[in-house]
Design a protein around this ligand. Structure first.
Ligand SMILES: [Mg+2]
Length: 219
């Protein structure tokens, strides 16, 4: 489908308040766990490998892992907000460097059905959350699993108006491809854009992004 308007949105920290991986590190992993995040930031391992190592180190049972999902705090207005945005002609595409396993669960629980590009995974007691690279995806990236900028480029090529929303380092390239009025950022992504002198819109909860886009499209 060639939509006229497409919002490509990150999931962790953008549709939710907290990242799944940070809750895992904080609550389920031993404090003496190697700091894979530092290795990622220094370029020793990829973003995907850092998340994969943390998730595979989980030894808690599935119910303890599921308990983290509510602590991520999905935007409580997500369902109505998604419907309003879609009614004003926007297609919504989720692009995540995280794991489809928890994204699907959170969206289903909220009664929301969206196109999701993320890393597949399954939970196995004793082996943790086993996340795999989405090598069959048209947007496959060995670094993040999903190449978010590739998704934005894909829709820009169809001639669509494309907005992007994110909060982290894996969002930088994708965010730079869209115009400042359609570029939504907070936290690490906002810091990087500020440093580079790139303008953006900010938000506290995802539904504010939807509100702003609806307002823009009614102008
Ligand atoms: Mg994020």
């Amino acid at each position: 489908m060639n939509a006229n308007r497409v919002l490509v949105t990150d999931f962790d920290g953008t549709m939710t308040n907290r990242d799944f991986y940070s809750l895992v590190v904080e609550q389920l992993l031993p404090p003496d766990m190697p700091d894979h995040w530092v290795d990622y930031r220094s370029g020793k391992i990829t973003h995907f490998e850092a998340l994969q190592k943390y998730f595979a180190a989980i030894r808690a049972d599935e119910s303890s892992v599921l308990n983290l999902l509510s602590q991520m705090v999905l935007d409580p207005h997500l369902k109505t907000s998604v419907a309003s945005l879609q009614n004003s002609g926007w297609q919504i595409v989720v692009a995540s460097a995280g794991c489809q396993w928890y994204i699907d669960k959170l969206l289903a629980e909220a009664g929301v059905s969206l196109e999701v590009h993320a890393n597949p995974g399954r939970f196995e007691p004793g082996r943790g959350l086993l996340m795999e690279l989405p090598t069959a995806s048209p947007f496959f990236s060995p670094v993040h699993g999903i190449h978010k900028a590739g998704i934005v480029e894909h829709y820009l090529k169809t001639g669509a108006t494309v907005a992007f929303a994110g909060d982290g380092f894996p969002d930088i390239d994708a965010a730079k491809l869209v115009t400042a009025d359609l570029r939504f950022a907070r936290r690490d992504l906002a810091d990087v854009l500020k440093r580079e002198g790139q303008a953006f819109q900010t938000y506290r909860v995802w539904s504010q992004i939807a509100d702003q886009l609806i307002e823009l499209s009614s102008l």
